[in-house]
Design a protein around this ligand. Structure first.
Ligand code: IPE
Ligand code: IPE
Ligand code: MG
Length: 246
């Protein structure tokens, strides 16, 4: 079990991304409906956000709802959307108190009107906060994000704003939803699945991956400490040799 005092605060990841998975299985294990798992998952979100604020993490990006998740049973989708509206409403005071700036990435036009309104209201209200940037990936698909980036770039080339020869990695990154964020150094996935599920494919090129069997509603700050401690033990080589680094 990770203890906060084992963390080297001078070497914190600036940006942590999390795939919050396992709500449904958690509920099923308790003989409850899946939505019970989503509701309890919100408690984990609150705890992880608070712990990130306390540690001074700059960016926390949570995979909240994927584009593929729209294909789930209608009732589950609407329950998640309702939960989002009520959670944002309840959490806004905490965000203000903790200096959290809310942000969202994804195809937000797909969200139900009420959800979209609540979200944009909260993003606006917290926009001057300067602490943790909390980004919800909502109706998010990384491939879609990259296709949109390619389209934007193509339009700029067509209009003469950009030369095709000048397109580089920076141009591409600047056309993603995450244009104003550093890449995540640490990606955590709960629930024992070893896959990325269309999340931040470009941005995690050199992220350290951390997988835990814990289901999301059981994932609390001690588990986040564990992940950070594990991350800090790794040697990030970026293609170099160990000798070059030392
Ligand atoms: C993650 O938990 C939350 C969302 C995808 C919205 P799941 O709902 O995927 O839970 P499992 O993976 O079925 O247990
Ligand atoms: C990924 O979880 C999306 C979110 C956590 C919001 P899923 O449960 O949708 O992913 P798969 O289907 O297991 O890959
Ligand atoms: Mg899942």
């Amino acid at each position: 079990m990770g203890f906060k005092d084992q963390i080297d605060f001078s070497k914190l990841p600036q940006h942590i991304a999390i795939i919050m998975d396992g709500n449904g299985r958690w509920a099923k294990g308790k003989g409850k409906l899946r939505v019970f798992g989503h509701r309890n998952g919100v408690l984990s979100v609150r705890d992880i956000v608070e712990a990130s604020v306390e540690m001074g993490i700059g960016y926390l990006t949570l995979y909240t709802f994927s584009s593929e998740n729209w294909n789930r049973p209608r009732l589950e989708v609407s329950a998640i959307m309702e939960l989002m509206v009520s959670t944002i409403h309840k959490e806004i005071e905490n965000f203000m108190r903790n200096n959290v700036r809310l942000n969202a990435i994804g195809d937000l036009k797909m969200l139900p009107e009420k959800c979209f309104r609540e979200l944009t209201w909260a993003i606006d209200k917290t926009s001057a906060n300067s602490g943790l940037t909390l980004t919800l990936a909502l109706s998010y698909s990384s491939r879609n994000e990259m296709v949109q980036a390619a389209k934007n770039i193509a339009c700029k080339v067509k209009s003469g704003e950009l030369n095709a020869e000048d397109i580089d990695e920076r141009t591409f990154a600047a056309n993603l939803y995450t244009r104003n964020m550093p890449d995540p150094e640490l990606l955590i996935r709960t629930s024992g699945e070893y896959r990325i599920s269309n999340y931040l494919l470009w941005q995690i090129a050199y992220a350290e991956l951390y997988f835990t069997p814990k289901l999301w509603p059981d994932f609390r700050r001690e588990d986040l400490y564990d992940a950070i401690i594990d991350y800090q033990k790794r040697e990030r080589r970026f293609g170099l040799t160990s000798e070059q680094l030392n």
